[in-house]
Design a protein around this ligand. Structure first.
Ligand code: HEC
Length: 86
C-alpha cells in the first residue's frame, strides 16, 4: 500500500513536470519560428518586458505582417516574460 502511494506521487509529479515543460517549450518554439523572420531573436531577448508589455509588443508585430494566433501570442509573451525574471 505504501509503495503504491509513492508510485502515485511519482506519476503525478512527472505529469506536472511534463505539462510545465511542454508549455515553456511551446512559447520558445513559437518565438524561434515566428520572430526570426524580420529581425534577430537577440533584439527581443535583450528587452526586459513583463507579460503584458510582451503581448502588446507582439500585437504591434502583427502590424508589420506577423501571422500569429492568440494562444501563440500568450505562449510567446509568457516565455519572454518568464525568461527576463531569471
Ligand atoms: C513581419 C516582420 C516582423 C516579425 C515577424 C516580428 N517583428 Fe518584431 N519588429 C519588426 C520591426 C519592423 C521592428 C522595428 C520597428 C519598431 O520597433 O517599431 C521590430 C521591433 C521589435 C522589437 C523592438 C521594439 C520594441 O517594441 O521593443 C521587439 C522587442 C520585437 N520586434 C519583438 C518581436 C517578437 C517577440 C516577435 C515574434 C512574436 C517579432 N518581433 C516578430 C518586425 C517584425
Amino acid at each position: 500500500m505504501k509503495s503504491f502511494i509513492i508510485f502515485l506521487i511519482v506519476v503525478v509529479s512527472v505529469c506536472i513536470l511534463i505539462t510545465v515543460n511542454a508549455k515553456a517549450a511551446d512559447g520558445e518554439k513559437v518565438f524561434i519560428s515566428k520572430c526570426a523572420g524580420c529581425h534577430s531573436l537577440e533584439l527581443a531577448l535583450k528587452k526586459d518586458y513583463d507579460q503584458k508589455k510582451w503581448v502588446s509588443t507582439v500585437e504591434r508585430m502583427k502590424g508589420f505582417g506577423l501571422k500569429i494566433n492568440s494562444s501563440e501570442t500568450s505562449a510567446v509573451a509568457e516565455f519572454l516574460a518568464s525568461r527576463e525574471k531569471k
